[in-house]
Design a protein around this ligand. Sequence first.
Ligand SMILES: [Fe+2]
Length: 242
Amino acid sequence: MIDLHSHILPGIDDGARSMQQSLEMARQAVVAGVTHMVCTPHIHPNYFDNSYETINPVFNEFRLALATNKIPLSVTFAAEIRLSADIPVWIKQQQILYIGHYQSRQAVMLELPHSHIPAGTDNLIKWMIANKVQPIVVHPERNRDIWKDYSKIMFLRRAGAIFQVTAGAFIGRFSEVAQQIAERMLDESLISFVASDTHDIERRPNDMLLCKKRLIELKGENVADELTLLTPKEITQLMEWH
Ligand SMILES: [Fe+2]
C-alpha cells in the first residue's frame, strides 16, 4: 500500500517527537503493508510554521536513518496545508508543497479546521481549480459541520474538492459518526483514497492494514486496492517501486 498522509518526521509538528519514535512508526507501517509513505507535516501558520526549508533537512535525516536501520520503507515528502487566505499567494509564488498530480492538476493536501467549514472555503477551492491546482480535502469525516449536515460534502465536491478519508475512521478509531460518514462516502464513491494520518504508534497508529481488510469486506478487493494503492500511486506518480 501507499500511504499519502503521515506525521512521521520528528520534532516539526504534533507527530513523532524523536527519531526513535519516527523509526518505530516506520516499522509499524511496514508491518501494516505500507511500502511507500509520503511524510506530510502540518503547515499551519503560527502553530506549525513549516516550509520546504524546515521539512527538507529533517526528511533527509529520516531517510538516512531508515537506510541505516535497514527499514524497507520508501519515502518522499509533501505537507498537510491548513486552510489559509495565504494559499493563493503561496501558489502564485510557487512556494507550496504539492503531493503530486491529479488528472491535469497539481494536487495539494488541504486541511480544514475540525470545528467548521469557514466561509469562503468554496471560493478558495474554486480559485485553486481555476489555477490548475487540485485540492484534496483531508479527513472530512472529522469535520463538525459535516457531522451536523452531510450535504456539506457535496458542497465541497461541487466546488471541485476531492477527499482523503482516514484509515482509522473505518475501524472505529474516531467517533461513530465519523465511521458512518466514512462508510456513506464509500457507498457514494466520494473517496479518492484512504491514508493513515499516523501521529504515533499507540494513539494514532498506522491503521492501513485493518482499514484495507474492512474495505475488502465492504466493497471487495478492487475498490480496496484502488483506495490504498492505485489512486495514491497515480497521484504520487512513483512508478518504479511496488
Ligand atoms: Fe494529518
